[in-house]
Design a protein around this ligand. Structure first.
Ligand code: 13P
Ligand code: SF4
Length: 302
């Protein structure tokens, strides 16, 4: 059955001139049939440079929206209409405008896990892999950082600039507690603990390595350590295990599962390509401003 669906997808891809992008948190089978997998930054770059007419984005809405902003002439499909990111919905335009009024001299850095409208109100975007570099590259000494308080806090630890954080958070990464690290260190004292910067500050402080999903994948390949405890969404284990058959990976908490990332199925991709749904479009006035903020990020993180 699965093989039949995959064959169907391959035919439809040719017919519709489509490429499938999948985030590192997607279900194993979705990662396996994707043309490219990656973190938010890698997939944004890929989306901006693809020649294909259609992009099927297996991830959550803000990711497909970024692809649509960066590639306005392409058709961008999100196979699962309900795949959203709760963090991206935590900040409204009015909240951001209020912050800008309070700190008119500050530069606004917006994590890509945000709506297109919030990006359009920001000076530059960032992802978890380049947030520190982006903030450091700006002339301004005062930064409004939205919407993730934990990533903002992490950046604040790494720079001398003043970081004014918003209150957003990732419900998945916030399930990890410092006690989880203590417990795992008792059981596997020789293991390295790697976490995503969306985790709480105490968790980040107690970890051996902090990075985006692509940075964690890269770290795991380069380190000599054979046991690695992973503090990010468990979908990443698929690539980690594929790339490193001789290493052992443990998940830091069983709570590390993002329901939204798990919604997309192989049948959804077939339907998306057959019916060209669900098309992600961004109104022109929002798109051009959001595109400036995303392009500025891509330029600064080259
Ligand atoms: P990455 O950019 O590290 O892939 O992370 C995206 C994300 O949503 C983390 O929860
Ligand atoms: Fe959003 Fe967290 Fe899921 Fe990432 S893991 S998509 S930040 S809810």
């Amino acid at each position: 059955m699965k093989e039949k669906l995959v064959a169907k997808i391959n035919n439809l891809k040719k017919k519709k001139d489509a490429v499938i992008l999948a985030h590192n948190y997607q279900e194993d089978e979705i990662q396996d049939l994707a043309d490219y997998t990656g973190d938010s930054l890698g997939l944004s770059r890929k989306a901006a440079n693809l020649e294909a007419e259609t992009i099927v984005f297996c991830g959550v809405k803000f990711m497909a929206e970024s692809a649509a902003i960066l590639s306005p002439d392409k058709t961008v499909l999100l196979p699962q209409r309900n795949a959203g990111c709760p963090m991206a919905e935590m900040m409204s335009i009015d909240d951001l405008r209020e912050l800008k009024t309070e700190y008119p001299e500050a530069t606004v850095v917006c994590y890509v896990n945000s709506s297109a409208a919030v990006k359009a109100e920001s000076d530059v975007c960032c992802t978890s892999s380049n947030a520190v570099d982006i903030v450091e590259s700006l002339d301004s000494e005062k930064i409004i950082f939205v919407p993730d308080k934990n990533l903002g806090n992490y950046v604040a630890q790494k720079t001398d600039k003043e970081i004014i954080c918003d209150l957003g958070y990732c419900p998945t990464h916030c399930r990890v507690k410092e006690a989880d690290i203590k417990q795992v260190r008792d059981i596997h004292p020789e293991a390295k603990v790697v976490v995503h910067p969306e985790c709480d500050p105490e968790v980040v402080k107690a970890a051996d390595f902090v990075g985006s999903t692509a940075q964690i994948i890269d770290y795991a390949q380069k380190t000599d350590t054979e046991k690695i405890v992973v503090g990010t969404e468990m979908g990443i284990l698929h690539k980690l295990q594929q790339d490193n058959p001789n290493k052992t990976f443990y998940i830091l908490s069983q709570g590390l599962i993002c329901q939204n990332m798990k919604l997309t199925t192989v049948s959804d991709i077939v339907e998306a390509l057959e019916n060209m749904n669900y098309q992600i479009t961004v109104p022109k006035e929002i798109r051009s401003k959001a595109q400036e903020a995303l392009n500025r990020m891509l330029k600064l993180s080259n």
